[in-house]
Design a binder for this molecule. Structure first.
Ligand SMILES: Cc1cc2nc3c(=O)[nH]c(=O)nc-3n(C[C@H](O)[C@H](O)[C@H](O)COP(=O)(O)OP(=O)(O)OC[C@H]3O[C@@H](n4cnc5c(N)ncnc54)[C@H](O)[C@@H]3O)c2cc1C
Length: 386
């Protein structure tokens, strides 16, 4: 009998395992992949501070010093403050590093094992049964066990952002040259907002010898316009000149995944001895794609609560955490924003502003036509940032 069984060794599962093991709990982590991160091979951008529970320097691809916002034809560049250290990191390396930290703290990680269901203290896997006094479900964005247990329902198209991502690789020199980077360690992140063929957000990250480009569009828009996500990706890439940027690079990876636009607190974070963390609890920002930080934070809080004050303690600590509460407070704004007509309105307003910053002309027509909408959203924004 284990004190704690964790399903999934992504950032949320490993943070739970690390904290619980350090607090003396006999902990087992079950991972369906051949190794932690195997199902999540590409890279990501993270704030180093969000990973502080691991207490060491995470594996680094590049330090992101500048974030460029591209809105239509206009663009703005923001220098990242040194204290906000943003890095790009390889998911396979990051997930393996996090799991090894948990193992060093005493957790046992069992790969190539899929949890099928949980019944009380019993976890049924494809390799037999194991028993744990508490269970943390860190299954990610497709949480079949959590749904099977009725802890949360499936997402509706209105609550789902569909993402598609490609990773192109060549060599460090070409990545540096094409993105204007002065060293092999320097990175840049580009964020895009686009209107056509449907409104959405995109991102470009630089790794050592590769570049990732991806988009996120609302599932409801895809259904309404009868579009496939890959068609949107191709059109946006053409419009942004991505094929030119990655000419000569080889396509190393192509992946598609959903991001929940809804989540905690509408979904319960725990029930009795079972806890939900990370993407399984919907703790990811569907516009910024920031999910690793909240996964680590919620995982660490759940691990601590299992050892200390149980489900009630976990609910309380989630609400007290500033990062989690920002996601929760931001939901109402995001829900408003991702309505197609609103996103169109904001994207065009943002493009206007960016165009004026970069020397073009600005039209205030959209803003003049929608003063109430603007005021309502400004109030929601104040609530998020307050
Ligand atoms: C295209 C895209 C780009 C993104 N970019 C960023 C970014 O740059 N920065 C950022 O912070 N976030 C980013 N995110 C979000 C981020 O990937 C997630 O929020 C984060 O991975 C959540 O961590 P997690 O541990 O909750 O889940 P996951 O990382 O998904 O881990 C879940 C783990 O559970 C395992 N598992 C699932 N079911 C079972 C089962 N039944 N039995 C055993 N094991 C199981 C899986 O194999 C996996 O290892 C991005 C997301 C997408 C879709």
């Amino acid at each position: 009998m284990y004190d704690l069984i964790i399903v999934g060794s992504g950032p949320a599962g490993s943070a739970s395992a690390l904290v619980a093991s350090k607090m003396g709990l006999k902990t087992l982590v079950i991972e369906r992949g051949s190794e932690p991160g195997a199902k999540n091979v590409s890279g990501a951008m993270v704030r180093v501070e969000d990973l502080r529970v691991f207490g060491a320097e995470p594996p680094l691809e590049r330090e992101v010093r500048r974030v460029r916002l591209v809105l239509g034809k206009g663009e703005v560049e923001i220098n990242v403050r040194p204290r906000d250290r943003l890095i790009t990191t390889g998911r396979l390396k990051l997930d393996k590093w996090m799991a090894s930290q948990a193992e060093q703290a005493g957790a046992l990680v069992l790969n190539k094992t899929t949890a099928l269901k949980v019944e009380g203290e019993k976890v049924v896997t494809d390799r037999g049964e194991v028993y744990g006094k508490s269970i943390i479900l860190a299954e990610g964005a497709n949480p079949l066990v959590s749904m099977d247990m009725g802890l949360r329902r499936d997402l509706t198209p209105e609550e789902t952002v569909q993402t598609v991502k490609e990773v192109y690789s060549l060599n460090k020199d070409e990545v540096n040259k094409r993105l204007g980077l002065s060293s092999d360690l320097e990175g840049i992140s580009v964020r895009y907002l686009f209107q056509d063929p449907v409104p959405g957000a995109g991102f470009l990250y630089t790794y050592k010898d590769s570049i990732a480009f991806g988009i996120g569009v609302h599932m409801r828009s895809l259904l309404r316009h009868k579009l496939r996500p890959q068609d949107v990706l191709e059109e946006v890439k053409r419009y942004l000149g991505i094929p030119e940027l990655v000419k000569g690079f080889s396509l190393r990876e192509y992946s598609a995944k959903i991001i929940p636009e809804n989540g905690y607190p509408e979904w319960r974070p725990c029930s009795g001895n079972v806890y939900l963390v990370g993407d399984a609890l919907g703790l990811v920002n569907p516009i910024t794609f920031n999910g690793i930080g909240p996964a680590v934070i919620s995982g660490a809080l759940a691990g601590e609560s299992v050892a200390r004050d149980g489900c009630e303690g976990y609910e309380r600590s989630l609400l007290r955490d500033p990062e989690i509460s920002q996601i929760v407070k931001g939901r109402s704004l995001i829900r408003e924003l991702v309505k197609e007509e609103n996103l169109r309105f904001y994207v065009s307003s943002a493009i206007d502003v960016a165009t004026s910053w970069t020397g073009g002309s600005i039209s205030m027509s959209g803003i003049r036509e929608n003063p109430w909408k603007l005021m309502k959203h400004a109030l929601l924004l104040m609530e998020v940032t307050a």
